[in-house]
Design a protein. Structure first.
Length: 346
């Protein structure tokens, strides 16, 4: 078993411990005490998976009447820093707390800007700057992000729930249930990996497609494939895929489509069926049993949960797909060729 798969399989155990630490410490209480009414807008920012992990939280806040956005730290630093003022609640996410762009942004913003730091290192530049610091409390990976990504996503979601006054025991229990479901899903990782391997054959590239609360899985997932498998992977919002990119679909086309039960479930199922109709292949990740028997669609079923929490589980099939693609190239899965886990050069 390669180091990446070891990290993937460790996720449920590490994330439970992380959540237990958040609950046993004062972190949940502090989240609930942050007065979001003091701010005109919330900006989430990070780089790589620390950027994308915030998409669901920001969507949730916007749905509940707040003004929220997600932006890469580089874009914020060089082009949109003037959007930050003392009425901005700035949520910065960096697993190491030392990413080049995060450090430069911290040096540039005034001291009166309220910063929420989500990091794995309390003594990092980000950890020291945060007015509120929420630690991932998971072991660092040797390979690409797995448990640190999911821990960042969970904390971001907990924070969003707290800011709108909905972070309670019921939601925390739902998160724990999602971690149980993740563990159950990964017990069959060998069989699922075998199904994926036989289904995908040898695509020249793959597309990762979804919308709504699944956008963290779409953007971070495509990144993980590029990083782990050194493989062309393109991320698309589902509706945007129909506006031009659908022309890519042919006999050699492969997509992974996230279709959790929720607002746009039927639209995502319809997209998978349309791709299959035009001879492309679609791996359909869903927590609701679809009525489809097309041989060009591989359905990966997961346990039911809220659409908001679906990304906790739906990233696992993507991780297994990334591993299959990496192994097919005979790579030493989990090693970096040109970069490292922490990017300190912009």
């Amino acid at each position: 078993m390669n180091i990446f798969l070891k990290d993937v399989l460790d996720q449920p155990n590490s994330l439970r411990k992380s959540l237990e630490t958040l609950i046993s410490s004062s972190c949940i209480k502090i989240m609930n005490e942050i007065n979001v009414q003091e701010y005109e807008k919330i900006i989430f920012s990070g780089m790589g998976s620390s950027h994308f992990c915030n998409c669901a939280a920001s969507t949730f806040l916007n749905q509940n009447g707040y003004i929220s956005t997600v932006i890469s730290t580089s874009q914020l630093l060089h082009y949109e820093i003037n959007s930050i003022n003392r009425k901005t609640l700035l949520v910065l996410v960096s697993q190491s707390g030392e990413s080049a762009e995060i450090v430069k942004l911290i040096e540039k913003i005034p001291n009166n800007i309220t910063v929420i730091a989500i990091t794995n290192n309390v003594n990092s530049s980000l950890g020291k700057r945060g007015n509120f610091v929420f630690l991932l409390n998971v072991p660092d990976e040797e390979a690409v992000s797995t448990r640190t990504y999911l821990s960042s996503l969970i904390i971001s979601n907990l924070l969003a729930k707290a800011l709108v006054g909905q972070l309670n025991d019921d939601f925390i229990n739902d998160v724990n249930t999602s971690l149980d479901n993740l563990e159950n899903f990964l017990t069959s990782y060998t069989e699922t990996g075998y199904l994926i391997k036989n289904f995908i054959q040898a695509p020249t590239y793959c597309c990762i497609i979804g919308r709504g609360y699944s956008l963290p899985s779409v953007h971070a997932g495509a990144l993980f494939i590029r990083e782990l498998a050194k493989y062309p992977s393109i991320d698309f919002e589902s509706a945007e895929f129909r506006h031009g990119p659908f022309e890519m679909v042919n006999n050699g086309f492969l997509a992974m489509i996230f279709a959790p039960d929720g607002e746009t479930y039927n639209l995502n199922i319809g997209l998978a069926e349309n791709i299959a109709k035009h001879h492309g292949k679609a791996i359909l990740v869903t927590n609701r049993k679809p009525q489809t028997t097309n041989e060009n669609i591989l359905v990966i079923e997961q346990k039911p949960c809220s659409e908001f929490l679906a990304p906790i589980n739906e990233i696992a099939p993507l991780q297994l797909l990334a591993n299959c693609l990496a192994e097919a190239k005979n790579l030493e899965v989990g090693t970096f060729l040109h970069s490292s886990k922490i990017t300190k050069v912009e």
